[in-house]
Unconditional design. Sequence first.
Length: 272
Amino acid sequence: MPFTDLMLQRSSLFFSREELDKIMNTTVAIAGLGGVGAITAELLSRWGIKKFRLLDKDKYEPTNLNRQLFATTKTLGQYKVDVAAKRIREINPHAKIEMIIKDRINNENGHKFLKGADILIQTTDSPSSLLFYKIAQQYKVPVVNGYATITGGYVSVYDYRFSKCYSLFEKIKDYLKWRGMKKITQMTPEELDKLDKKWGHGITASINFVTNTVGCLIVAEAIKLLSGRGKVVKYPYQIEFDLFKPYLKKKKIHSLLNLANYKKLLKIFWQK
């Protein structure tokens, strides 16, 4: 029996051969291999996926050990993308690492990274990450995004194959945030670096079972999207959860009827 058939024997008791083939014959781009991104690489590699692209500029450091799956005493000081590539091949020797980018996204490597990809797993949280969505929209690459709060998180699916996924609220928010500035799609790498330093958030608490839960939910939505099996929670809805309340629900994002969104607009306005 072929290696991947043995590997997916238990999965095939639920998913059909056709559904598994759809998943395996996919080029997956993963941006960010930290607390959320590493678990997505681990789980997706166990679906027999044949092609991966990896992007992350960071190396492992001791503060990553509390939550990041591939951070060990042996991987400290190594690039996260290199460690992830090795781990993927350890799980599935037939997987091909098509591309490794040891840098933040910019207007050159972003196109190289996403052109020809079938799906983007986006877990980076810097302001320059907006470029992923702009470029994915251009190439009609669906994006599954997730991020963690201290005790919970959010997962969103932007299926750019069928929609621009860009609401009136977002247009207003982006106008307020970016007014008077160069378009992000025109910024140089140096300008993107300055943007991240100006608008990036500071260090916050991070709990391993929270970040890894976000990653698991990302993979769940990605597998449903790729296989065509199950109901995907697509934009304008997202998954929201909190493990300390606790709850998990589907909610509509960027609604003009949500008072909290107006507070966000006012915050952006006064920051400018």
